[in-house]
Design a protein around this ligand. Sequence first.
Ligand code: FEO
Length: 169
Amino acid sequence: MMNEKLENAFNDQINAEFYSEYFYLAMYAYFERMNLQGFKNWMNVQMQEEHAHAMGLFNYVHERGGKVVLKTIEQPKTDWNSPLEVFEDILKHEQLVTSKINALTDVADEVKDRAAVSFLDWFIKEQVEEEANVGNVLKTLKLVCGDAQCLYMLDKELAARTFTAPVIG
Ligand code: FEO
């Protein structure tokens, strides 16, 4: 059984991860409009990652005998002025997700649910990787990519990203 406060906190995180999927889908649509296929691919992989995160938490709540409650997903932003602005928003978003995962782990700790703390360790490590991935693209966009040719090259690079289903927990 899961403590009620912890179950609520897990359900909030499930919502945050499904929102993340939606957030990247909005960016996928933006890059489709821009005809930047590599950036679009990067968003597509990220959407699948977020879906896997949401489902990992979803399955864990069930595994622990808890109840999943799906909450309303907020409408994401739909327009940006540049790919740089998109990645600035992504970094801010992932930093927010990191703080939410930390807060969820704090609740698991507070209710002394050691199994949940151990499970959430995977997400803590994953957030380090997520922020690093985003940070790398952002650095290139900020420091190197000042013209259309560079953007074209970066688009080609981002087209190579592939999705591998994560083993969560
Ligand atoms: Fe599921 Fe990007 O955090």
